[in-house]
Design a protein around this ligand. Structure first.
Ligand SMILES: Cc1ncc(COP(=O)(O)O)c(C=O)c1O
Length: 473
């Protein structure tokens, strides 16, 4: 009999609902031949969103540099189907600056020219804020998606079982999972659902006081802006309030800003912009997975650190630890690095690719907003379902205000899956106020598919509620 090994309990206990039991049941149904619509995760290209043309043209040339000369001649001759000259130029420039091509390891933090492009992007975005401080390329780390950046930061900050991290509830379960894996404590704060998921200072104070009374040593506060799963977009006043709170309590702010392009007409205000010269440690994240790129599979993202926290008991700096962590994996994947560069340096007005790029961007964002609106209309037809607040990120998080006695949002989502093929995640997977029920749906399926499936959902909702004694949640 082989010896039984004790596994790391932190890994055993870690949960990740967006790939949890409902998506697992969806996978079984798919194997049985059922059509499944995967709205459990913000994975736009899995639901038919087309990749943007310009970044893919550059990527194709980066992958096959021996075609550069030929493609340049074709572009210059205006040959049919030729890549535009700016795509060829960009690929040539990136290859020259990469020096060793996509197939070689790079610097652990990512190539300098990509980090410089990220810094220039941040500066363009935030210039004009009071006390503007330019971004420093040496404080930028290119990562395999934002997820990797979150893991690295929390791994450094959580030094013992009493160390806690404040996270919004509901939250994106990456945070609860990583805190668990690192053996720390999750401390939830609850944005106010009835006021469109606004963030109140009293609630931050309540969460802090309760945690401290329980012996928790708070290290950081996570803010997801725009929110996942709520879609809430924070006004500048809330961003400032979080920075005030962090300064008072000596916390690191982790600003997850991967949905910064998904605000659908409302302004996005970054934490870095509001921070200005204030000394609060800030780790901001961005990704190629969301926005209008939707390049989730490329695994590209960046982490920007401002005012790195001083570390007790070591001469090593926070930045050096981040580099050490990156160097254990040698470097992030080079295609993801290239995609980050293309995200932060899109074609400029006047460039041959600009018009097409802007049209594709506007189409993707316009479609997303329209689909969210269509879902909200369907919710209005469902008894007890409410979905307050503006549209943001890629998700709606409707509250299921009435359910048959003895059932919860898990059973509801399972029935929705079985009857319509829509794979969603129940609210408990993100955390929710006790006694409430929700689900999260990514508003990504093609419009025709939504039109086809929404009447079935409305009908399923009616029959689900009719099947039992209704109770309010
Ligand atoms: C709030 C939030 N942060 C981070 C991530 C992870 O992004 P990435 O694909 O860059 O790892 C996601 C993915 O859905 C997300 O919703």
């Amino acid at each position: 009999m082989p010896r039984e090994l004790k596994a790391n309990p932190n890994v055993v206990e870690m949960e990740y609902a967006v790939r949890g039991p409902i998506p697992q049941r969806a996978a079984e149904l798919r194997r049985e031949g059922r059509r499944i619509i995967p709205c459990n995760i913000g994975n736009p290209q899995a639901l038919g969103q087309a990749p943007l043309t310009f970044p893919r043209q550059v990527m194709a040339l980066l992958e096959q540099p021996d075609r550069l000369g030929l493609e340049r001649r074709r572009a210059e001759a205006g040959a049919e189907g030729a890549y535009p000259l700016d795509a060829v130029d960009r690929a040539a420039e990136m290859l020259a600056r990469l020096e060793t091509g996509l197939g070689a390891y790079t610097e652990s933090a990512g190539p300098a020219f990509v980090r410089e492009a990220v810094a220039a992007f941040i500066d363009r975005r935030d210039r004009g804020g009071e006390d503007f401080v330019p971004a420093d390329p040496d404080s930028i780390f290119i990562t395999d998606g934002a997820s990797e950046a979150v893991k690295r930061v929390l791994e450094i900050l959580i030094a013992g079982p009493e160390d806690g991290v404040m996270i919004p509830i509901p939250q994106y379960p990456l945070y609860s999972a990583v805190i668990r894996r690192c053996g720390g404590r999750q401390v939830g704060y609850y944005p106010d659902e009835d006021r469109g998921w606004t963030l109140e200072r009293e609630e931050l104070d309540r969460a802090w006081e309760e945690a401290v009374a329980a012996g928790t040593r708070l290290k950081a506060i996570v803010v997801i802006n725009p929110g996942n799963p709520t879609g809430a977009v924070l006004p500048e006043s809330s961003v400032r309030e979080v920075i005030d709170f962090a300064e008072e309590h000596d916390l690191v702010v982790i600003a997850d800003e991967v949905y910064q392009d998904n605000t659908y007409g409302r302004p996005f205000v970054s934490f870095a912009r509001v921070l200005g010269r204030r000394p609060v440690p800030l780790c901001s994240l961005h990704s190629v997975s969301k926005g209008f790129f939707g390049e989730c599979g490329r695994r590209g993202g960046y982490l920007e650190v401002r005012n790195p926290p001083a570390l007790a008991g070591t001469r090593t700096t926070f930045g050096e630890l981040l580099i050490k962590q990156a160097s254990v994996s040698l470097c992030s994947n080079t295609a993801g690095q290239a995609m980050v560069e293309l995200m932060v340096r899109p074609p400029a007005p006047g460039d041959p690719s600009h018009e097409r790029f802007a049209a594709e961007r506007d189409h993707v964002l316009g479609e997303l907003a329209a689909k969210a609106g269509r879902l909200k209309e369907a919710f209005a037809e469902m008894e007890g379902v409410s979905c307050p607040g503006e549209i943001g990120a890629m998700y709606l998080f409707p509250r299921l205000g009435v359910l048959p006695e003895g059932t919860g949002d898990f059973e509801y989502c399972l029935r929705l899956l079985e009857e319509t093929g829509l794979c969603t995640v129940n609210g408990a997977g993100f955390g929710q106020a006790p006694g409430t029920h929700h689900l999260r749906i990514a508003f990504l399926p093609p419009s025709e598919l939504l039109e086809e499936v929404l009447p079935h959902w409305v009908e399923m909702h009616r029959s689900y509620l009719a099947a039992g004694h209704k109770v309010r949640g």
